[in-house]
Design a protein around this ligand. Structure first.
Ligand code: FUB
Ligand code: ZN
Length: 668
């Protein structure tokens, strides 16, 4: 995106923010991940959350009992995120029952009264578990609408410790679950709970009060969209405006930045502090900017987003390089082995970029979403869907200390005492269909490529692809209005050499300058406007092939090193593929280059590895002493070689045991 790109809020973006019932993933890369999410992760997550005591807290609150609260102060939010995931998932199952082309339109999903529509699909155990949990949440709510089990069970005064209590953070997650229940299932049970709590906030929250952990801002905006109740949006506006005034009390060594309270959002030039909090706040502020057509606020957010991408984003899209306080580091402080890259921060980043995309239509936002989804969200969950990473390091050294439960060196974990990440991945995967495409008066914009269908404004597109393994995407027009409309296809910034060609049905075989087989420019949308006919077919070739990526010099921890990427996927060297050598010692020969390899043992057959030739540095006996020597002093032999290098997609690492791994590989 160029610096002078027009930044203008588009109030209609609020409409497209509604989930795209008409966009539907059917199998393929993401469909597989969604299937595992539905069949393994969501049921298992429900059990783990029950074991953590979060349901017991709600039961105790429902009984009006005081006493012990189990788990973290934000334990309620685990239940709410899980409920949100289940609601979206059940909505998708409902789509199955309606048939593939069901739903209404990108802008008005689930419209109508559910004639064959909102079945209680997923009909079975999941539906029952959902309904019981919703009833429990409703029962736990105080008669005056207040709800936060930690406060209720410990008898603390509501809203008396907002800097730490996470009361509004939990309220926000409840609201998002409620919005999902309403949109996906047409069920307003949770929505009624959420609006009573929101009304309590509007009435009883002390003037100027803010939560130490932003989250509620975007939730209030969404609740406003769902209900039309303006006070909810007004409260979100107030919270976004008041932020940055150093209002929150400080704790320990932390300054106000960690709680996003150091610089007012309109003045901020970068992101700072706790990465998840920063992302959630930015997403909420973008909602506010769009709803109020506030161009200044959107310009400030754009500035911050650009600076984040330019100086504080890992190659994976991961965010946060400082473990202390789970924070952003300084510019270009992007050390691979101490990367924090919390999975939740990646989820928050997708949410923010999605809102920026809707507000501006700029492809750069979709580019970051795609990078982050594949390489920063997905690594947070195992291929089997039952083990998780909270922290996503870009490098693990031989002998790395596995003591901290979050340490990548310890491998994926069954669950975490702070279990924010797993249910965040669940809700994102179960709602991923919503992020594929948008529609407006111009036509249809396709942002992410997955097999399935896209329905918008009288258009029905069928998409076939095995992306990201292959770069070919076939889009077939199945239904179309008679008037001209524009098909906008995102060409990712990495897609040098991408091409588009078309076959028009309906007897119209004229060449079209937009689709004549020529190469199209990466880093934007390729637009084709015409009167379309059923059966028209556009083929996009995104030229997916292995490539080498280097970092700017200021990112000195990566100087002299390269990363392998292929399409939207970042690759890594993993110990499992390099017996007899240690990954820490490997370096890459760029001659004869990179090529696609054959399937590797222990990973699904469709995973395309990248192979290359490399060498291993010799680790000599005297290297085990003081590991420094006079610069330039001869050291023979330097290398053993050649070594066959196998790079695998980073998201798939640590599924075959945990050992050394690196995304950046030295060139010598
Ligand atoms: O504070 C709630 C969540 O716990 C944060 O978003 C995560 O970073 C973890 O600290
Ligand atoms: Zn998390």
């Amino acid at each position: 995106m160029s610096d002078d790109a027009v930044v203008r809020p588009r109030p209609e973006a609020a409409v497209t923010l509604r989930p795209a019932a008409g966009a539907r993933i059917e199998g393929g890369f993401w469909g597989d991940r969604q299937r595992v999410n539905r069949d393994v992760t969501i049921p298992l997550g429900g059990e783990r959350i029950r074991e953590s005591g979060a349901f017991a807290n709600l039961e105790a609150a429902a009984r009006g009992a005081g006493g012990e609260h189990r788990g973290k102060v934000f334990a309620d939010s685990d239940v709410y995120k899980w409920l949100e995931a289940v609601a979206w998932e059940r909505g998708r199952a409902g789509d199955d029952e309606r048939g593939r082309t069901g739903g209404d339109d990108l802008g008005r999903p689930y419209a109508g009264d559910g004639e064959g529509g909102r079945s209680q699909a997923g009909g079975d155990g999941l539906a029952r578990a959902y309904e019981e949990a919703v009833a429990l949440v409703a029962a736990a709510q105080r008669p005056d609408g207040y709800l936060h089990t930690h406060t209720q069970l410990t008898g603390r005064e509501p809203y008396s410790d907002l800097a730490s209590s996470h009361e509004l953070y939990c309220a926000g997650h409840l609201m998002q679950a409620a919005v999902a229940g309403s949109r996906a299932l047409g069920d307003d049970t949770l929505l009624r709970v959420a609006t009573r709590l929101a009304d309590h906030l509007v009435k009883d929250l002390p003037a100027g009060a803010l939560d130490g952990h932003p989250q509620i801002e975007t939730a209030l905006a969404e609740l406003y969209r769902e209900t039309g109740a303006r006070p909810y949006l007004d409260l979100a506006i107030r919270m976004v405006t008041d932020r940055g005034g150093e209002r929150l009390p400080l704790k320990g060594h932390h300054g106000p930045g960690i709680r996003q309270d150091r610089v007012p959002l309109r003045e901020a030039t970068t992101v700072e502090g706790h990465a998840v909090r920063a992302m959630y706040l930015a997403a909420g502020a973008t909602d506010v900017a769009v709803e109020t057509a506030d161009a200044d606020l959107l310009a400030a957010l754009t500035r911050q987003w650009r600076d984040m991408v330019a100086t504080k984003t890992y190659l994976t899209g991961g965010l946060g390089s400082v473990w202390y306080g789970e924070q952003f580091g300084g510019p270009h402080e992007l050390t691979p082995e101490t990367a924090y890259c919390e999975t939740c921060a990646a989820v928050g980043s997708v949410q923010w970029s999605w809102r920026m995309l809707l507000a501006t239509g700029e492809a750069a936002f979709a580019d970051l979403m795609e990078r982050t989804l594949h390489n920063a969200v997905l690594p947070g969950i195992s291929l089997g869907g039952d083990r998780f990473f909270y922290v996503n390091a870009l490098r693990v050294r031989a002998g790395a200390n596995p003591d901290d439960r979050r340490a990548a060196a310890r491998g994926r974990q069954d669950w975490y005492g702070t279990a924010c990440c797993p249910p965040n991945v669940m809700r994102l995967l179960s709602s991923l269909d919503h992020y594929l495409a948008t529609g407006d008066d111009e036509g249809v914009q396709v942002h992410l490529y997955a097999p399935g269908t896209i329905r918008a404004g009288g258009v029905l597109l069928e998409v076939e692809t095995d992306y990201p393994w292959g770069g070919r995407v076939e889009l077939v027009v199945r239904e179309t209005p008679d008037h001209p409309w524009t098909l906008a296809l995102r060409i990712p910034a990495w897609a040098d050499g991408a091409g588009v060609e078309a076959r028009f049905g309906g007897g119209d075989q004229r060449a079209d300058p937009g689709v004549d087989g020529r190469t199209v420019a990466p880093g934007g949308y390729h637009r084709v406007r015409r009167v379309w006919r059923r059966g028209d077919r556009v083929t996009l070739d995104l030229a997916v092939r292995p490539r080498l990526t280097a970092a700017v010099p200021r990112l000195d921890v990566a100087r002299g090193q390269v990363a392998v990427e292929r399409g939207p996927l970042v690759y890594c060297l993993e110990q499992a593929d390099h017996p007899g050598v240690i990954v820490d010692d490997l370096c890459l020969d760029t001659n004869p280059g990179l090529r696609d390899g054959s399937p590797v043992t222990g990973l699904p057959a469709e995973v395309v590895p990248v192979v290359a030739r490399g060498r291993a540095h010799v680790h000599r006996a005297d290297d085990a002493g003081f590991p420094y020597r006079t610069a330039g002093a001869p050291r023979e032999p330097e290398h053993e070689g050649p070594v066959a290098l196998t790079f695998v997609p980073y998201y798939a690492w640590a599924n075959r045991g945990t050992g050394p791994m690196t995304i950046w590989t030295p060139m010598h």
